[in-house]
Design a protein around this ligand. Structure first.
Ligand SMILES: Cc1ncc(COP(=O)(O)O)c(C=O)c1O
Length: 463
């Protein structure tokens, strides 16, 4: 099977068009084959640079959770360290040291019981971290079942249908049954009772998301843990919780300090986060931390040489960039707790104000208002029948805004929403420009006789 996009065009067998002032000695550069000879660095640079101009403007990308702006000093550090391979712990011991500092910082932020000796590692992002978290849950469950002389061949993992696609990958790649709690009425995320209703002796864990990619809301981690406590009392079955804090684990510690979602809850076994989302680092870095060493089975750990010694690692990749880990440590050092708090609070202020302004425009209704993650989703009121959220998304794209429109999953497929992700680098001024552009486009949309775009015709958007 090819990994080509179904709508991809046939590869053009034409040559690349190169500025005629560059002398290629009469040769051309084929588009889909390696060229016959070398070209100068400036020809290579200009040609690729010009083609990439057609990508969207990252700063106007309100679809992505991933960092689109870092300080010049951070960029300088990243450039200086692009050559570092994270796995070469022996050759780059200080990079390995900074990684361990980050692990300890996160364990402390998330209230792990043994903070001096945190168990965790960096990854390429939350997806890899989710794989590692899921694997640890599966292996722990298997060990327990085998020790009890019970079958260990039908593991399942319980989660809401709104989970990010990485969990579907985990279940598929590692043969774990995915038990998805559907949405119901106004509950657009996992509910505690509904999660417990799907659990049994083969459940390796429950995944709670902080917060949902569909609407930015936090799932009720504490309620889920409490409901699993009651379930254990009733049945004797002890089910751990993994928190997918891809975005929220870098938001809640700073702006929701009283919210109990982390290792303060004894049932929380592991937490993942994307350093490249609200950790404020360019892609790709993620993190996973376990409550303590007993939550990460020994037989998943591999050993690499480190300063002539052996260092434990748990990863899907071997080689992987070290620069982003250094970027993460830069942010911890540069911002400190208060700096992170200011950044996340500002994003929340921008998100909630922008959400209120959108609600005040008239045709829109908010599903969320940006007061959990600085992310909110909104729909068109039912009486709007002549244009769709997909039309709104397309109209805004004309001005360069990337604002995704999408439908919700099973049981609430009727909801078609737009979503705004506010992050560092998106200011009140930019939010005002977005509002002006929505206002400018609305009269045209309101005058159109029938919808133009729908979920099938619109550019695909995936969570
Ligand atoms: C809740 C959640 N989990 C996992 C992921 C995957 O994260 P990554 O892109 O870092 O692999 C995302 C990405 O949006 C997410 O929102």
């Amino acid at each position: 099977m090819s990994l080509k996009h179904p709508r991809a065009k046939q590869p053009r067998v034409t040559a690349l068009s190169v500025d005629p002032l560059y002398d290629l000695g009469g040769e051309t550069i084929p588009r889909h084959r390696i060229g016959p000879h070398e070209v100068t660095p400036s020809v290579a640079y200009e040609t690729i640079h010009d083609e990439l101009m057609l990508d969207g403007n990252a700063r106007m990308n309100l679809a992505t959770f991933v960092t689109t702006w870092m300080e010049p000093e951070a960029e300088r550090l990243l450039q200086e360290t692009f050559d570092k391979n994270m796995i070469d712990k022996d050759e780059y011991p200080q990079t390995a040291e900074l990684e361990m500092r980050c692990v300890n910082i996160l364990a402390h932020l998330w209230n792990a019981p043994d903070q001096g000796n945190a168990t965790g590692c960096s990854t390429t992002g939350s997806s890899e971290a989710a794989m590692l978290g899921g694997l640890a849950l599966k292996r722990r469950w298997q060990h327990k079942r085998r020790a009890e002389g019970k079958p260990a061949d039908k593991p399942n993992l319980v989660m809401g249908i709104n989970v990010q696609v990485c969990w579907e990958k985990f279940a598929n790649y590692w043969d774990v049954e995915m038990r998805l709690v559907p949405m119901e009425g106004d509950r657009l995320r996992l509910g505690a009772e509904e999660a417990v209703a799907m659990c049994d002796e083969n459940t390796i864990g429950v995944v709670a998301v902080l917060g949902s990619t569909f609407d930015g809301s936090y799932e009720p981690v504490k309620e889920i843990c409490d409901a699993l406590d009651a379930y254990q009392e009733r049945t004797g079955i002890d089910i751990p919780v993994h928190v997918d804090g891809a975005s929220g684990a870098f938001v809640a510690p700073f702006v929701d300090p009283d919210l109990e979602w982390d290792f303060r809850l004894p049932r929380v076994s592991s937490i993942n986060v994307s350093g490249h989302k609200y950790g404020l680092v360019y892609p790709g870095v993620g993190w996973i931390i376990w409550r303590d060493a007993s939550h990460l089975p020994e037989d998943l750990i591999f050993w690499v040489n480190y300063l002539g010694d052996n260092m434990p690692t748990f990863a899907l990749n071997f080689s992987r960039p070290g620069a982003q880990v250094i970027g993460q440590y830069y942010n911890f050092l540069r911002l400190g707790f208060e700096g992170y708090r200011k950044v996340q609070q500002y994003s929340r202020d921008v998100a909630t104000r922008l959400a209120d302004q959108i609600a005040a425009l008239g045709p829109f209704e908010l599903l969320t208002r940006g007061d959990a993650l600085p992310v909110f989703a909104f729909v068109l009121k039912p009486e709007v029948e002549n244009y769709t959220v997909f039309d709104v998304s397309a109209a805004l794209r004309e001005r360069g805004w990337l604002l995704p429109a999408y439908t919700f999953p099973k049981n609430r497929e009727d909801i078609a929403a737009l979503r705004v992700v506010v992050k560092r680098g998106f200011s009140h001024d930019m939010a005002d420009l977005l509002i002006e552009d929505i206002k400018r486009q609305l009269p045209r949309l309101q005058a159109q006789p029938t919808p133009v775009h729908n979920a099938d015709t619109h550019t695909g958007f995936h969570h």
